[in-house]
Design a protein around this ligand. Sequence first.
Ligand code: SAM
Length: 288
Amino acid sequence: MDDKKLYSPKVMKDILDKYGFRFSKSLGQNFLIDGNIINKIAETAELDENSGVIEIGPGFGTLTQVLCQKAKKVVAIEVDRSLEKVHHETLDYDNIKIIYEDFMKIDVDKLIKEEFQGLDVKIVANLPYYITTPIIMKILEERYKISRIVVMVQKEVAQRLNSKPGSKEYGAITLAVNYRADTEIAMIVPSSVFMPRPKVDSAVIRFDILKKPRIEVLDENILFAAIKASFGQRRKTLLNGLSNNLKLSKDVVKTALEQAGIDPGVRGETLSLEDFGRIADEIVKTNK
Ligand code: SAM
């Protein structure tokens, strides 16, 4: 296949029509039509001969083509089997494997071991918006051996993932991300570069996975439970949120917060990851 080939929106549409493809809104199918944006995503991933790429949702395959040209190997996971015929035409590369399956059901650890021996593995995707957060949480919680994630998401989601304590975008997912990765918004992307056009703008966000989590805690499950408990009920104080959701007595939580040097009356969204680390450790110690 010609490396320089880039399909115009008209040609894309003709190919999709030829195979009777219909865009599915519920699968978040908004395909990229701008070569500059596609190249910028691939550049942000910094791919070379040692790179293995997992792409979630290749769609028509425009981004996938560039990934195949730059990386050693690409495994693309697409839930919509009706794109298979399109892929025979658009993704005729020797270094690609396409799996027609829901990404949420994939054993990614196994896939990495089987497909990417000795390669530096990165996840690159223009994510379907209806399932962005579960996909990102799966990747972060299951701790795959990957070095980087580069994904296009809704602009507001990117801002939340990249936000600071106390800001209005800050949430439990910000902390989960912060625990495992450094993040940077690589670019804001207007809705005009998609077919069909979504209602909102997007952003490409890069996660560099840390070699070990940013903080060390006695029990990671308690850390995540404490974070979720504190954000579950935004208007409640930390004391109430933690004791209700973790099913702990107020006395235990109060003692733990005092030991951690945190005011029981504050709201969870003002606390940093390090604060939550201290709280989680004191809960473990107090509850022994
Ligand atoms: N990568 C293409 C591009 O940039 O033009 C398509 C991106 S489109 C926003 C999202 C793609 O993810 C669609 O092809 C959709 O069918 C696929 N998809 C949706 N849910 C999925 C899932 N659970 N697992 C794998 N792929 C999924």
